[in-house]
Write a new protein. Structure first.
Length: 189
């Protein structure tokens, strides 16, 4: 399991927090998602971290032009490559809610080729972006573009890598427990 050797001891925060900045950040998060996931309660120790994550995450979801299956492909790939047990479980459950075929989600979780060539190209390129720290080769970019994606899609993948790094690393640092609503899709490296 990918976690920091010693978890941070900061508490999970709530909407009733005496710090008005923390309470406000969590209220905004709950208004957007209808709940306060365990990850958000921990991010809220630094309200700007939670606000930055939510802003980038929502921009990716709303503006990338990727289908729900493509979005989950990107987010699950990043989380698997980074070894984030919390985010793989959460995005697996979200993929199920978004009617992404189980064989796609399970292949993503297992790091195996996807049954859909276009999604497989997206997953491969996303993994390259994480593993190369944003330095894909010309051949890797060309392969991604040949799969029908555009150069702007590379920047949307970059946006997703940025926000998922915030969430993946937060969960590593806190050993964030998976929320009950995602527990049925628990994952281990």
């Amino acid at each position: 399991m990918a976690h920091a050797e010693r978890p941070l001891s900061l508490p999970a925060r709530t909407e009733a927090d005496p710090d008005s900045a923390v309470a406000a950040a969590l209220a905004r998060a709950k208004a957007q998602t209808g709940m306060i996931p365990n990850m958000y309660a921990r991010m809220a120790n630094v309200p700007g971290l939670l606000d930055t994550y939510l802003s980038g995450y929502n921009a990716f979801r709303r503006n990338s032009g990727f289908t729900p299956a493509e979005q989950e492909t990107v987010l699950l790939t990043i989380s698997r490559v980074n070894g984030c047990t919390y985010c793989v479980a959460a995005h697996s459950a979200l993929a199920d809610m978004n009617k992404v075929p189980t064989e796609v989600t399970d292949a993503l979780r297992d790091g195996k080729p996807l049954p859909d060539a276009r999604l497989d190209a997206l997953s491969e390129f996303t993994a390259v972006m994480v593993e190369s720290r944003g330095l894909p080769t010309a051949a890797q970019v060309d392969a991604f573009l040949a799969a029908g994606y555009a150069e702007t899609d590379i920047l949307h993948v970059l946006l997703a890598v940025s926000v998922k790094t915030i969430s993946n690393y937060t969960n590593h640092l806190f050993h964030t427990p998976v929320d009950e609503m995602f527990a049925h899709r628990a994952w281990e490296e």
